[in-house]
Ligand binder design. Structure first.
Ligand SMILES: C[S@@+](CC[C@H](N)C(=O)[O-])C[C@H]1O[C@@H](n2cnc3c(N)ncnc32)[C@H](O)[C@@H]1O
Length: 214
């Protein structure tokens, strides 16, 4: 198999590397450089506006458009703030440009947010703790010609009653270089946006098997 996948809006290389490791001609694209040593070595990261390469004959595209302006939590900043509203509008149009691209199989990933209203309801909502990570992060998947992901390793909530990336009070927390970052640290959002490896492996395994049968 040498099918071509584009992982749009990915700087971590997590999904790209997972597909490359099961035989795909796998490319990532982001405005940022890739952080993955494997992706760098294979030379398969394009640093550009992904809209410029959507028409380049991909078999599958997995997209992670920015969610800053389209989460439900962000909606409260919109009334009386036209600049914020414009950013939300542009973020919705961007997500739609990706999801409506002329690629036969597409998965679009985003947290719970306004895309459910403006695009449609997601096909499924997954959690990292269904794929072997003791963490919680509700993630919606909108799928075009792809089956829903099946959980690979469902973990139980720890006895303390909250997941490893949550505080007792329910706020998000994340560790970086051995230190806990504050929820409002600019690095927190960047690190939190990385795809979980367990989810990336499930996508690569399950969707490769599905597409090989096509
Ligand atoms: C929510 S993050 C996704 C991170 C991803 N899950 C990962 O593991 O790397 C959104 C990403 O979209 C990128 N981005 C925003 N606009 C873009 C564009 N027009 N073309 C390509 N990438 C873009 C940002 O630089 C950011 O890295």
């Amino acid at each position: 198999m040498n099918k071509r996948i584009l992982v749009a809006c990915e700087y971590s290389g997590v999904v790209r590397d997972a597909f490359s490791n099961v035989g795909w001609d796998a490319w990532s694209c982001d405005l940022l450089p890739t952080e993955s040593e494997q992706t760098k070595k294979e030379g398969k990261h394009i640093m550009a506006d992904v809209r410029l390469i959507l028409a380049d004959s991909w078999d599958l595209m997995i997209c992670h458009p920015p969610c800053t302006y389209i989460t439900v939590a962000g909606n409260r900043h919109i009334p009386g703030n036209p600049d914020r509203w414009k950013k939300q509008y542009e973020a919705i149009v961007f997500a739609w440009e990706l999801f409506s691209a002329n690629v036969p199989h597409i998965a679009l990933e985003n947290p719970v947010g306004v895309l459910s209203t403006y695009i449609r309801k997601p096909n499924q909502i997954i959690q990292p703790y269904e794929f072997g990570h003791s963490e919680s992060k509700k993630t919606c998947l909108w799928l075009k010609n792809l089956p829903e992901l099946k959980p690979t390793n469902i973990l139980k909530l720890p006895e303390c009653g909250y997941w490893d990336n949550q505080t007792e009070g329910g706020q998000n927390k994340i560790m970086h270089n051995g230190k806990w970052l504050a929820f409002n640290d600019p690095l927190t959002a960047h690190l939190r946006s990385k795809t979980y490896t367990g989810i990336a492996h499930a996508m690569a395994e399950q969707w490769s098997q599905y597409l090989m049968k096509q």
